[in-house]
Structures are given as structure tokens and as C-alpha cells.
Write a protein that binds this ligand. Sequence first.
Ligand code: NIG
Ligand code: FE
Length: 408
Amino acid sequence: NTPDPTAPSVPAVSSVLVDDIGSLATNDPALGPGQLGDVSDAALVVESGRVAWCGPRSQAPAADVRVDAAGRCLIPGFVDSHSHIVFAGDRSREFGDRMSGRPYEAGGIRTTVAATRAASDTDLLGTATRLLREARSQGTTTLEAKSGYGLSVADEERCLRAAARLTEETTFLGAHVVPPEYDGDPDAYVDLVTGPMLDACAPHARWIDVFCERGAFGEDRARRVLRAGRGRGLAPRVHGNQLGPGPGVRLAVEEGAASVDHCTHLTGADVAALADAASGGGPGTVATLLPGVDFSTRQPYPDARALLDAGVRVALATDCNPGSSFTSSMALCIALAVREAGMSPEEALRAATAGGAQALRRDDVGHLAVGARADMVLLEAPNPVYLAYRPGVPQVAAVWKDGELVAG
Ligand code: NIG
Ligand code: FE
């Protein structure tokens, strides 16, 4: 084909300069003062989907295209390391009842299991896609997604297939609760999870998770699940210490889990175990706090201050699911963590970005140092304190994933 000489020539964009950034949070303390590695009057250059340069505006190199941040704040995209977006059905009535005084129980999960089993693949993928878009438009650029509402071989597999269409961070949670058909025989259900269900699901998952809690799985069964998953190449993570003190945190640390999630009810020994794991030189086990759950189940909030002061690595995530936390807003989680869990605004932003990346054992996201994925959020705000300072107010002006504008 001969090129049409009348067509305007469109040069391939190879670099983009985001200029006049009032406040840039890089999460790389080597780049600026404070734990967010803040640079003021900053600029950032993206090339081939990665951060190629960042620093003071006055030193910015030339680029093909200039985006004007107009003095606003640029932060790394949120890394939401815990969600259950593959499901069907509605539990708003259960939430209403809870707010009228009924306690939260793990048993509500079965309501969603029944609806999920009855839903088509198209409907499951449709709901999950809508929630992913909803999260993305609010600044989430990495989202983990679990199975756990199928609880049969075929239903867990199709939930994971749907999740894998949307994210690389997929988690097999066949051990969410014991489904009704295994009532009274939890060991037979664990046999299924660690046998045929794992065989069907392992090819679609990166992680294995278990709900280690009263009403779900005790320590021994939970350990069996994690070890079976590891035997199939899935790395462990744990739901623990949500509804009361229990073995979840200790189990997670002993099994080398990347993260233990909820951590609402911790003993001093739990905090010490997490701190020991963090100081051991390895990746340790991140404590992932899910304040949307504590909000939506009227639980006390976790003591993030005690964890941070002990040297524990902390992440924040939404746990987006129809039962215990039907929010996809990382900004809400930040505001709750600041107001209710004792975190500073800087600690909360770090936990929602770099912390989530650590919980997923990723070093390419959660920060904006040179070489990181250009996953970035421009806030309609002069600095990141505004995320907690203006709770409930939409403040996301633009979102880039791998350097591509995906919202705004
Ligand atoms: O992470 N804790 C267990 N599972 C979910 C809740 C699921 C539900 O209530 O449907 C959670 O909170
Ligand atoms: Fe969860």
C-alpha cells in the first residue's frame, strides 16, 4: 500500500512528560524527604509504559507530549490486594439488618454462594468487569480478585476463569466456608478443596487463600489447604483474626504467607510474630487491614498504630464483596484508616499503594521510581492528605495504567 500523501502524519508518541506536578508521591524515600519520597514542583516522564524519569520540574528532560498537571498531586495507582468481585446476588437487606443490630456472621457467605452458582458465566464476568471499572475510575490500577463463592469444582473454576480475564492477581479461595452439601463433614470438603478443586483451579490462580476463623476453617484444616496449594505452585495468603482472636496470624507467619488479611482482633503475640517476620530479612507477612469490613460489619477497627510502631508492614485493601464490605473505594479505606485505625495520611497512602504491592509481592507497582509501571493517579487536590481530609468527595482527575490513560 502506498501511503496517502494527504493524510496528516501522526508521530508515534514515545514519551510523555507530566509537567507542573504540585506534589509527587513516589514512595521512594531516595527521591525526596518523607516516607512517600515526596517531590514538590515535580515532573515525571513515561516511556513505553514505565516511569523513565521523575524529579524537580526545573530539571525535566524534553518529551514528545506534555500533560499539564496544573499544580495538582500525582500518586502511584492504588494496589487493592484483596477483593471478591466475582459473585452474583445482593445482600443489602443483610446489611440493613446488621445496622439494626444483627451481628455479622460468616454464614451470610452461603447466600452469595447460592446466587453465584445460579448465575451464568456472562453475568459473573459482567458484574466483575463493572466493579473493576468502578475501582479503576477511583484510582485502583492493580486489583487482586478471589474465587470463593462457587465452592464446587465447576463453580470455583468458572469464577477463577472470570477473574483471570480481568487481572493477573487471582486467588483460589475454595476454603471460604464449608458449603451446605458438606454440612457436618468439613474434612470431606477439605479433601475436595485440596484434591479435585485444586486440580481444576490451580491453572487459573496465582495465590491460595483460606478463611481461618470460627464458622469457617480451624488451624489444622487451614494449614492443609495452604500446604496443598503451595504444592501446586500457589503462594499462600490468609483471611484471619476478623471476628475474634484466633490462629490466623500465627498460621500465616508460620506458613510464609505473603499477607494476613483483616487483623481486626490481634494479641500482642500476633503483633510480635508479624514484627519478627518483617525483621527477618525476607519479604515477611504483610498485615492487610480492611477497614471497609469493620465499617460495614460494625466491628472495632484494627490498631494500625500498634502494628506500625512494632515495625510490621501494613497494607490497606477494600475486600470489595457483597457481604462484609461492598465498596471499591481505596480513598474511603484511607480515610477510615486515618480516622479510626491510627494511621497518618502518609502512612495510609503508602499502605494503599506500596503496602498493597508488598502484600502481592510485586516490585513493579505501588511506587513511581524509575522503572516502575506508569500506574498513576492525578488527584484534584494539592497533596495526598486530601484523600482523608475530604472524605467521600471524588478527587480522581485522571488514571493511567501502564502509561495509558484509563480514566479521566
Ligand atoms: O473477607 N471474611 C471472609 N470473607 C469475606 C466476606 C464475605 C461475605 O460476607 O460474603 C471477607 O470479609
Ligand atoms: Fe475477604
